[in-house]
Design a protein around this ligand. Structure first.
Ligand SMILES: [Zn+2]
Length: 460
């Protein structure tokens, strides 16, 4: 972890020590942990001292406790802004199960529940309030909160605030005004991925003053990273899947149509596979996701719509059937593999028509947006074409220097260093390097559809 202090104000007074003692008691008694995970304690101390904190760490690394514990130490309310209603609901339920007075306000609540939640906020009965940004910005909510004491404003998925991020959301931009509404509240911004530029954007937008950044390493050394040119993608995919019989994994495609076609082909080939994309009936989508999480089926073929908030530890591979849009989305998607710490394989297939398709979509954007999208594409192309260890440009993109001579866990380190023989598990990477020929018997129509660089409209 890198930890940058930006403030002179460092008087760890009696009160601070007492608050940290209280934080430790809460960690043990409420959450059941004996000790803080790396840097949780430092973040919590910083927040309790009333200093803004930018926290960047991978999903599953324990980000939430960084504001949940201070919320229980503070006298006033902690407001948590998050973009996804279903995730907020899950978090609130988990907190309630620990006996914590957390609640959510959104338009989908039954009126009686909504009124009761408003009452509890007004009477200072709640410790944490979860809201979508558009809810927080409603005049009646701002007015409700201005009548009570707000001690902390937490912005989850904070990269959404930056146009240079991979998931810019205009409603997040308006959060800039929130700081002025709650001048006495400390601010915590959390995200799993942010480049140095996005990090600066977050801090400027949220008017960070006395602040510290807490940045966990972006390196996931149990992921084997491979990139290959797409020649016969269906056959390359099948050959890849056969390396991991019975193991769970995710295949990302660019469009809904590709998801449907590829999952049909793989099912015909005898793989236990289901599709996932935003065009499916929500109920079916939910069932498919749950079946994947429960290991009922092995493989989920999905658009980028899949994965947000999913914490399945035993994903053994992530295959990009199409080129991702940018390095940040790619990093998030491969980050869903190997969360249990065991090795996992990430293969990205790319082709010239993938590049042309992304360029085509970029050209349809407005001027400023197009410039950003082109910069993202160029960075991704540099990463794909690099002859050095993949971890150098990948981590470099997030402002981190990879100083090892080689990782032995990427295709370039293996072929460059002739280390293939040392890595029996990953010795069979012919899926990418030597394209298998199409096998007889598969419908040519489908193969053409998947091979062609068609311009699918529905990418969600
Ligand atoms: Zn390497």
């Amino acid at each position: 972890m890198r930890f940058y202090e930006n403030s002179e104000d460092n008087n760890a007074d009696r009160q601070g020590i007492d608050m940290m003692r209280k934080a430790r008691t809460i960690l043990k008694q409420t959450f059941g942990y004996d000790d803080f995970r790396p840097f949780q304690g430092e973040v919590i101390r910083n927040v309790l001292q009333g200093r803004d904190s930018l926290v960047i760490m991978p999903t599953g690394g324990g980000k939430s406790l960084c504001y949940q514990i201070p919320a229980l130490v503070f006298d006033g309310l902690t407001v948590v802004v998050s973009p996804l209603i279903s995730l907020m609901q899950d978090q609130v339920e988990q907190l309630n199960a620990c006996g914590i007075a957390a609640l959510v306000l959104n338009s989908s609540l039954p009126p009686a529940v909504y009124r009761e939640n408003v009452r509890r906020i007004r009477e200072n009965e709640a410790r944490l309030l979860y809201l979508a940004p558009e809810t927080l910005l409603l005049p009646r909510i701002l007015s409700l909160l201005s009548d009570i004491r707000v001690d902390c404003v937490t912005i989850d998925e904070a990269h959404c605030i930056s146009e240079w991020g991979h998931d810019f959301r205009p409603e997040y931009r308006q959060l800039i005004a929130v700081r002025e509404r709650f001048p006495g509240a400390v601010c915590v911004a959390l995200t799993a991925t942010a480049t140095p530029r996005v990090r600066q954007d977050i801090k400027t937008s949220l008017c960070f003053r006395h602040s510290a950044d807490f940045i966990a390493s972006f390196n996931r050394d149990n992921l084997f990273i491979e990139i290959a040119r797409k020649s016969y993608p269906v056959e390359q995919t099948i050959e890849f899947l056969r390396q991991y019989p019975g193991e769970p994994g995710i295949i990302y495609c660019f469009s809904r149509r590709q998801v449907d076609e590829l999952s049909e082909i793989l099912a015909d080939e005898g793989f236990a596979v289901l599709p996932y994309h935003a065009g499916l009936n929500p109920e079916i989508r939910q069932i498919n996701q749950e079946r994947f999480i429960r290991d009922d089926i092995r493989i989920i073929v999905a658009t980028i719509a899949f994965g947000m908030g999913i914490n399945k530890s035993n994903v053994r591979f992530v295959l990009h059937f199409d080129m991702p849009q940018n390095i940040e989305s790619y990093y998030q998607q491969i980050g869903r593999a190997g969360r249990d710490g065991s090795q996992a394989h990430c293969l990205l297939l790319f082709s010239d028509s993938d590049i042309r398709r992304i360029q085509y979509f970029n050209r349809r954007k407005g001027e400023a947006e197009q410039e950003i999208a082109d910069a993202h594409l160029n960075a991704l192309m540099d990463y794909i074409k690099t002859g050095t260890c993949r971890r150098i440009p990948l981590l470099g993109y997030f402002g981190e220097t990879y100083a090892e001579p080689g990782c032995r866990m990427c295709d370039n380190c293996r072929t460059g260093g002739d280390g293939a023989a040392d890595q029996p598990q990953y010795g069979r990477l012919s899926a990418g390097k030597t394209a298998a020929k199409p096998r007889a018997g598969r419908p040519a129509r489908m193969r053409r559809g998947l091979l062609g660089g068609f311009f699918g409209k529905n990418t969600g």
